[in-house]
Design a binder for this molecule. Structure first.
Ligand SMILES: Cc1cc2nc3c(=O)[nH]c(=O)nc-3n(C[C@H](O)[C@H](O)[C@H](O)COP(=O)(O)OP(=O)(O)OC[C@H]3O[C@@H](n4cnc5c(N)ncnc54)[C@H](O)[C@@H]3O)c2cc1C
Length: 493
């Protein structure tokens, strides 16, 4: 008999759980996501690092400590199987003062205990050779070669596409409003689109996981948003080849300096505790950005005053005691996967397997492996990144691959049409610029869409068969109004 599993939340964590559970014949897995695309919650705005796992104290944060290291190993395979853009640049955790060196030794010991491979302390001379351009005050560092970076929202898309290929059903623009419990068991979820019967409900709702938990009467934790702000610079401003961290504090890993997967210098985040009701407050602030700049310059003094192309902020869902909350609750069939703050992106694949084991061990379910499961997913071909001969062949087969739409990142019309096809594959109902951006990189270059956004909107309108002014930036409520600005006013009446 099939077991109906509903995952609340289509972020990196919900997606990873779904992918792991899609391996089993007797599970019918559904993801419910309130936004109009996947990966638009916490998973959209973060540093996108695959952490090494040296930082999490196993005594205080046992789940973070073990799942981060396992997640790091799993990502090394997942990025290949799912063709997720990535770079294994390694990280340097920098000592700027003598007392930092002692702290780095503690991190080294902790990393060894957590099972992090290949770490070592490096002295000033080697540090300057490993990373030319680093601050001259840097007296040494902890070198962690296994740290990597991925394209974070693209990763969620890739995992979801693979999960859907393997039978997972996804319901976008569907908000969970209630969970029915009877006789101490989960019965299903209530959404504006109707009631969905479920035997198991997995709460992977990011910042809102405390609210979902309250729907079954469990209110033993509250999540507080902790904001982190960033600056991204235009191409050509040199960044480091490794990820640079300061020596961490108990509150955060500190303001880092990196060259992100798209090749831009990126600095951030700071850590600012917000009120409980500020889960939508993604505004950047002048003081916050100044703090980031000052912190980053201590490690990488060459950061110029000009050349910023974008600032943004993300919100970490901070659990009360700092560790992830992942467990089967006393309401049978309800599993909390909450408080997934950093290193949640790194840990996500390992969280998937951890939840699979909860189904087996705590719920006593027997899972039957599928005879045929597809491990791979192909990414959209980056026309600008392939050899000339291959590009010629692609353009001969489809002329749209020869028409550049996003001039900054050299993204062609063919790639945008591929993105639209992928959006439809996972049932994206509302055509949005951000859906194209997080599949192709279009609009994320120096001009931030000034040149290409209208042309992308025209393609979206054409492919979705909607008026141009109904195309949105990021889902319903963010209509661009291109061609008929009054349509925005008329629709509000
Ligand atoms: C500033 C910052 C920097 C970070 N840096 C790193 C890093 O470098 N490395 C790392 O490993 N981790 C990092 N993290 C942590 C990482 O980003 C998170 O742990 C991870 O993205 C959490 O994913 P999630 O799927 O749990 O949450 P989300 O991505 O938020 O997914 C939850 C989903 O649930 C949906 N949802 C909520 N309520 C409902 C409802 N009622 N009905 C239906 N759907 C609902 C939301 O719309 C959302 O899409 C960082 C986080 C921040 C904020």
């Amino acid at each position: 008999m099939s077991i109906r599993v509903t995952i609340v939340g289509g972020g990196i964590v919900g997606a990873s759980i779904a992918r792991v559970l899609s391996r089993y014949e007797n599970l019918k897995v559904h993801i419910i996501e309130k936004m109009s695309d996947v990966g638009w919650g916490v998973s959209k705005a973060n540093t996108a690092l695959i952490h090494g796992g040296y930082d999490d104290d196993p005594q205080k944060y046992p789940l973070r400590a073990s799942l981060c290291v396992k997640g790091n190993r799993l990502w090394q395979k997942w990025v290949k199987d799912l063709e997720i853009p990535h770079v294994w640049s390694g990280a340097l955790i920098i000592a700027l003062q003598n007392e930092d060196i002692k702290h780095l030794s503690t991190l080294l010991e902790r990393g060894i205990r957590n099972g992090v491979p290949e770490m070592r302390l490096v002295e000033k001379e080697e540090l300057q050779a490993l990373q030319p351009g680093i601050a001259s005050e840097a007296t040494g560092a902890l070198y962690v070669p296994t740290v990597g970076q991925i394209a974070s929202p693209r990763a969620t898309v890739a995992i979801i596409e693979n999960a859907v290929k393997n039978g997972v059903k996804i319901h976008l623009e569907t908000e969970v409003q209630g969970i029915k419990v009877s006789d101490g068991e989960v019965k299903g979820i209530q959404t504006p689109r109707g009631f969905m019967e479920s035997d198991v409900v997995i709460n992977a709702a990011g910042l809102y996981a405390d609210e979902i938990s309250r729907m079954v009467g469990l209110d033993y934790f509250t999540l507080r948003p902790r904001k982190g702000e960033y600056l991204i610079y235009r191409h050509g401003i040199p960044g480091p080849t490794r990820v640079l961290f300061p020596t961490p504090t108990p509150k955060s890993k500190g303001i880092i300096v990196t060259t992100e997967v798209g090749g831009h210098l990126m600095i951030g985040p700071n850590a600012q505790d917000m009120e409980r009701d500020e889960k939508d407050n993604l505004a950047t602030t002048e003081e916050g950005l100044k703090e980031v700049l000052q912190g980053a310059r201590k490690l990488w003094p060459g950061i110029p005053d000009r050349g910023v192309i974008r600032t943004f902020a993300g919100l970490r869902p901070e659990p009360p005691n700092g560790d992830f909350i992942i467990r089967a609750e006393e309401v049978w069939g309800f599993i909390n996967v909450a408080g997934i703050r950093s290193p949640g992106l790194t840990s996500a694949p390992a969280i998937g397997y951890f939840v699979r084991d909860i189904l087996r061990r705590d719920l006593g379910l027997k899972l039957v492996p599928k005879r045929r499961w597809y491990p791979r997913r192909r990414d959209i071909t980056r026309i600008a990144a392939i050899p000339d001969a291959q590009r010629d062949r692609k353009i001969r087969a489809r002329s749209e691959y020869g028409q550049v739409i996003c001039r900054c990142n050299h993204i062609t019309k063919g790639e945008i049409l591929d993105a639209v096809e992928r959006m439809k594959y996972i049932n994206v109902k509302t055509p949005s610029i951000d859906s194209v951006k997080f599949r192709t990189g279009a609009t994320s270059g120096e001009c931030q869409g000034s040149f290409c956004m209208v042309r992308i909107a025209m393609l979206l309108a054409q492919e979705y068969g909607v008026p141009l002014w109904n195309v949105t930036l990021k889902g319903p409520g963010s209509e661009l109004g291109i061609g008929d600005i009054n349509s925005l006013r008329r629709e509000k009446k």
